[in-house]
Design a protein around this ligand. Structure first.
Ligand code: USQ
Length: 382
């Protein structure tokens, strides 16, 4: 398939581009390096050096013979995206082109405004580029499990049937996001739903949990093909942060009571899920919502696991509960359905001790690059 990846430089975008190109798809990526720029501005650079997109594509071509087309540009500018659509005529678009960090969106007004404008404009522009230039194109949009929040009832896959005064109707499952970033994803879903029901677009909205890991079949070909791996308090996600903290000898930063439960998945499974969604497209006029994670853990369970495996490897891993910088429930019910992607054929990569040990081994050679000043929370929800 001809696939356009919006946000092709990111932690997920670049590994996705390589995986799809390696499978024989015709892949084109677009990115304006927003994530790299914001990381520099906030002193939150990734752990490994990451060559720019043109260099990465050239390295990947010599390692694999597969081609990835690169366009440096801002999809929040409609003319840029329209031009790419006219030239490339994608059959599917994978949309990662958003400011992805909850803490970044909570720093202050400028960061909130950037997050809202970037994320909503990228989605609106994509919708219009499809409407005007490729009406059969399937949109695969990355949403987040955080759209649902942590309600005291089971979380369905996107939709819920409500019975009210003897009558029934199906609605989008209620949303209650915990940051401005997560709220932009709720707004994205509503925007997509409006255009799906009004103009018959075909859309898959993937409600993804926090992703962990850095190894994929393609990134293992050459260390310079590794994803942008963040461990800082702003762009780093919890598992990746704990792994780096374990290697650095910094106590694992459990926020508050540590009873926060989320649905997690290995980076390799993100690649599987996106390809499964892409090769099994939604119908025209369908907003298909799939919950994208493979297993749930509390923060305490994650910390205990990283500590145990790290100590078995000879590291001295301590765990420390610190004041929670976020406003979130620290003890709660959590039972989300996640059968849709399994039904499409997902083969989960569970977080075994061997997987945790493998990730620690991969990080150890970069120990000297870890900047411990980037670890403790610098952003508060207050
Ligand atoms: N947490 C800690 N200690 C840390 C970092 C995080 O206890 O050092 C806790 C957080 O308070 C939270 C949980 O771990 O309860 C997950 O935090 P996270 O930073 O790993 O994930 P989050 O901010 O929710 O965002 C990440 C990605 C985002 C994606 C989302 C999926 O940055 O792009 O949408 O995961 S989800 O969490 O399901 O909404």
């Amino acid at each position: 398939m001809r696939v356009l990846i919006m946000g092709g430089d990111g932690y997920l975008g670049w590994p996705t581009a390589m995986a799809l190109a390696a499978k024989g798809h015709d892949v084109h990526v677009v990115d304006n390096y927003l994530r790299r720029t914001l990381a520099q501005q906030t002193q939150s650079e990734a752990l490994m050096p990451n060559p720019n997109l043109h260099d990465r594509a050239a390295l990947f071509r010599s390692a694999s013979d597969a081609e990835i087309g690169v366009h440096i540009g801002d999809v929040a500018n409609y003319r840029t995206l329209e031009h790419i659509f006219q030239e490339f005529q994608p059959e599917a678009v994978v949309h990662y082109a958003e400011q992805p960090a909850a803490p970044y969106s909570m720093i202050g007004f400028e960061q909130a405004s950037l997050t809202l404008n970037n994320n909503l404009n990228a989605t609106l522009n994509l919708i219009w580029a499809v409407l005007e230039h490729a009406p059969d194109c399937h949109i695969v949009k990355l949403g987040t499990m955080g759209e649902y929040g942590t309600p005291n009832i089971d979380i369905e896959e996107g939709w819920i049937e409500v019975e009210h005064k003897g009558r029934k109707e199906t609605f989008l499952y209620p949303r209650a996001a915990g940051s401005l970033y997560h709220t932009t994803k709720v707004l994205d879903t509503d925007l997509l739903w409006f255009y799906v029901r009004t103009y018959g677009l075909r859309v898959t909205d993937l409600m993804q949990g926090p992703v962990y890991g850095l190894s994929t079949d393609e990134s293992d070909l050459d260390g310079r093909l590794l994803p942008n791996f963040h461990y800082d308090d702003i762009f780093g996600t919890v598992v990746n942060r704990f792994l780096v903290q374990a290697v650095a000898g910094v106590p694992l930063t459990v926020y508050g009571k540590g009873g926060q439960v989320r649905g997690y998945l290995n980076l390799r499974d993100t690649l599987q899920c996106v390809e499964l969604a892409m090769t099994h497209p939604a119908e025209k006029g369908q907003l298909r919502i799939l919950n994208q994670f493979t297993e749930t853990f509390s923060v305490n369970e994650l910390a205990e696991r990283v500590q145990r495996v790290g100590n078995e490897m000879g590291l001295d891993v301590q765990v420390q509960s610190i004041d929670n910088p976020r406003k979130e429930k620290e003890e709660h019910y959590y039972n989300p359905v996640h059968s849709g992607l399994l039904d499409l054929g997902l083969q989960p990569t569970y977080m075994t001790d061997a997987i945790v040990a493998g990730m620690l081994e991969q990080i150890l050679p970069y120990k000297e690059r870890i900047d411990t000043k980037k670890i403790l929370p610098r952003v508060r929800w207050k």
